[in-house]
Design a binder for this molecule. Structure first.
Ligand SMILES: [Zn+2]
Ligand SMILES: [Zn+2]
Length: 203
């Protein structure tokens, strides 16, 4: 089982120190940080030294919220200890997982439109004109959109095994729910307008 590291922070040791990633000797303490996830056979803790930039770059390549120790000691470091909240949100939004998610919501949206087309034909003209002004449509659209995207999110996260925090999960779900919701709502509006147009021509 992977265990989270208990410490990641400013470098405390002597200078210059070698970065564990680019292997360069760094004379400035400000540019370094250390993790103490590793230990030797006698269970003595070994601080690992990295350039802040090097470790961040390496960590951001990992799609998971946890990234394994570079020295493969078996422990994983949480990105939240390395990045600010804004940094992590940006990473999340531009991650391969998010791209996949948005692709999925596009598919969902298209399926939704295709499903609505028969409805436009089947529903009676009079019902349609009422439908347009019905506030229930907005509510239904939101629930449907959010439900679909949450389901998609869940499936994707299960597949990718990404241990996302609940607020990150909610954020992605909420963002992903926008396109299907808008499309559903717009489609309903259009159907309503068609219905009203037909009704007006009948009178
Ligand atoms: Zn480095
Ligand atoms: Zn380690």
């Amino acid at each position: 089982m992977r265990i989270k590291t208990d410490y990641i922070g400013d470098y405390q040791g002597s200078l210059p120190a070698q970065c564990g990633i680019c292997l360069e000797e760094e004379p400035s303490k400000d540019l370094l940080l250390q993790t103490i996830c590793c230990s030797n056979v006698a269970k003595k803790i070994i601080p690992r030294i990295y350039h802040r930039v090097c470790l961040k770059e390496w960590a951001s390549k990992q799609s998971s919220n946890l990234f394994p120790c570079i020295y493969r000691c078996g422990k994983s470091i949480s990105k939240s200890e390395l990045f600010s909240r804004i940094d992590r949100t940006k990473q999340l939004l531009f991650s391969p997982l998010a791209k996949k998610l948005f692709k999925q919501t596009t598919t969902t949206s298209i399926t939704l439109i295709l499903g609505l087309l028969p409805a436009a034909i089947l529903i009676k003209d009079k019902d349609l004109s009422d439908f347009e002004n019905n506030t229930k449509v907005v509510g239904l659209a939101s629930i449907l959109g959010l439900g679909l995207s949450m389901m998609t999110c869940r499936l994707l996260y299960k597949m990718e095994k990404v241990p996302l925090k609940i607020n990150e999960y909610s954020l992605l779900s909420a963002i992903a729910s926008i396109p299907p919701t808008l499309i559903y709502y717009t489609s309903m509006k259009v159907i309503g307008l068609i219905g009203r147009y037909k009704l007006m021509n009948m009178v």
